[in-house]
Design a binder for this molecule. Structure first.
Ligand code: XMP
Length: 520
């Protein structure tokens, strides 16, 4: 989708390792729209994007080496205000005739800068303050016409500026929280020097997105595969606001969702939003396809392939649809390197490749969330009236409960797991309410074993349930949650009492690594 282009934007030139993502997030936190472009963008392409300001990110390379990333020097002559951090500062110094060398001693971690003279960028920040450094190279001679406005003990040139050219640069990282006045420096740059307005608010963003969707879609119709996950739900709510009855949603109930989820999708989208929701009951079809399959990757493949088959069968019943909506979000785009620049000369490697269109079937794609980070997506969802159970739900894998049943998936096992999982969620939801955000992801797993037990006078031979609950920031690493024993006892007691067919409960006390969060 065309970006929201009536808002003034800041472009972050990224030198790699996704330093740019954090900077873009920080700028958006200050309610200014910001986009990321790779370092090899030309000055002409950048000019075409009409940014109000440019940020040059940090990066791991050495600017004096030929193989290192170098920006088009003409970027500094566009007359657009520039703020460079770390490697970004070294680029400015290099282009403007200063000297960058390997410093005798690197500087990593907290450092104290002392200010020299006035600087609109440093503004009212203290004469002496803590900043965050991470560099081996340093600017050892500032370019002519640039004032040195701060230094540390190890780094005499820690900040430079040329106010006439509106170019500012720091060896330290204003974008990290450890730089105690970093956010003030960013604000000084954005609002005092560049003169931007803080107008990237959820309300404005929705308004602009609605206009952009209307302009793109016109009188055409759009189809969306609604899964009940955060991204597709927010796409549905946003498209509904923009184009109302021209939106048609397909919800495939494959029987692998958690207790209450299919009902919640119908309640929210059919009853509350009055969206044209086409529900397909594919539970038998999936059960048949999954019968006898024990390999986790095979399960994933079958579930994915079947999904698109069911979806396109349904789509073909609806005539006159032009667009297929996708819940792609900005990190998907950045991480896949799918878009080279945001300018009209963008290289968009279509996400079409990822969708197995049947022969002779074609839809144009519309991706209304493709410039938003996850927390922005959630904020948009809440503002549009989606309930917390959808907007703030814990991560749930696409293949659903199928990868939480070890071995063959059957409808009976799905019923067992669904009931046990509902108890785990209910109890830990309540605990999380008391201790906000304490547990990141929590669920039940049904292993392919049975064990002996005794209930009343009878011996049982039944399945156990494994409870998995982890703390994490981003699912890359995770620690098992140190839940209170009373809570674990309650979960265990309820599961064996309420779920017939379960006679034992175990708690997974492994972190990631070496384990993964899911069991398959
Ligand atoms: P692991 O198990 O690899 O999981 O530690 C990390 C995060 O990814 C989720 N996950 C999946 N999500 N399809 C998904 O959409 C999958 O096949 C899948 N496998 C794992 C998992 O729930 C956790 O949040």
């Amino acid at each position: 989708m065309d970006k929201v282009d009536t808002m003034q934007k800041v472009v972050v030139v990224d030198f790699g390792a996704q330093y740019g993502q954090l900077i873009a997030r920080r700028i958006r936190d200050l309610k200014v729209y910001s986009e990321i472009v790779p370092f090899d963008i030309s000055a002409a392409e950048l000019k075409e994007m009409q940014p109000a300001a440019i940020i040059l990110s940090g990066g791991p390379a050495s600017v004096y080496l030929e193989e290192s990333p170098h920006i088009d020097p003409e970027i500094l002559e566009l007359g657009i205000p520039i703020f460079g951090f770390c490697y970004g500062m070294q680029c400015v110094a290099d282009i403007e005739g200063g000297t960058v060398e390997k410093a005798g001693k690197g500087e990593y971690g907290a450092a104290t800068i002392k200010r020299h003279g006035d600087s609109e960028m440093l503004g009212d920040t203290p004469e002496s303050q803590q900043v965050w450094m991470s560099h081996r190279d340093s600017v050892t001679k500032a370019p002519e016409d640039y004032a040195v406005t701060a230094s540390t003990e190890n780094c005499t040139i820690a900040a430079i500026e040329n106010p006439d050219k509106k170019i500012y640069a720091t060896q330290f990282h204003p974008e990290v929280n450890h730089t105690s006045h970093g956010s003030e420096m960013l604000r000084n740059f954005l609002f005092n020097i560049v003169g931007l307005e803080a107008n990237w608010t959820t309300k404005n963003v929705i308004e602009q997105s609605v206009e952009a969707i209307k302009a793109q879609v016109g009188d055409e119709h759009v189809i969306l595969a609604l899964s009940g996950g955060v991204d597709s739900s927010v796409v549905a709510a946003l498209l509904h606001k923009a184009i109302g009855s021209q939106l048609h949603c397909v919800f495939v109930n494959h029987g692998l969702l958690r207790k209450g989820e299919p009902e919640s999708v119908e309640r929210v989208f059919k009853d509350q939003f009055k969206i044209d929701l086409n529900v397909v009951d594919a539970q038998d079809r999936y059960a048949q396809k999954l019968s006898g399959i024990t390999d986790p990757e095979k399960k994933r493949r079958i579930i994915g392939e079947e999904f698109w088959k069911v979806f396109f069968e349904e789509a073909e019943k609806l005539n006159g649809i032009t667009y297929l909506a996708q819940g792609t979000i900005y990190p998907d785009i950045i991480e896949s390197g799918a878009r080279k620049t945001g300018g009209s000369s963008s290289t968009i490697k279509s996400h079409h490749n990822l969708i197995p269109f049947p022969d002779g079937v074609h839809f144009d794609l519309i991706e209304p969330l493709d410039y938003f980070f996850k927390d922005e997506v959630r904020a948009i969802g809440s503002e549009l009236g989606l309930p917390d159970e959808i907007v703030h739900r814990q991560p749930f894998p696409g293949p659903g409960l199928a990868i939480r049943i070890i071995g063959e998936v059957t409808r009976e096992k799905l019923d067992l797991l669904r009931e046990a999982d509902a108890i785990v969620r209910e109890e830990i939801d309540a605990y999380n309410k008391e201790n906000p955000g304490a547990v990141w992801q929590y669920f039940a797993v049904l292993p392919d074993i049975r064990s002996v037990g005794v209930m009343g006078d009878e011996r049982t031979y039944a399945h156990p349930i494994i409870v998995r609950a982890v703390e994490s920031q981003d699912a890359m690493t995770a620690d098992w949650a140190k839940l209170p024993h009373e809570l674990l006892a309650k979960i265990s007691g309820r599961i064996v009492a309420e779920v017939e067919g379960i006679n034992r409960v175990a708690y997974d006390i492994t972190s990631k690594p070496p384990a993964t969060i899911e069991w398959e």
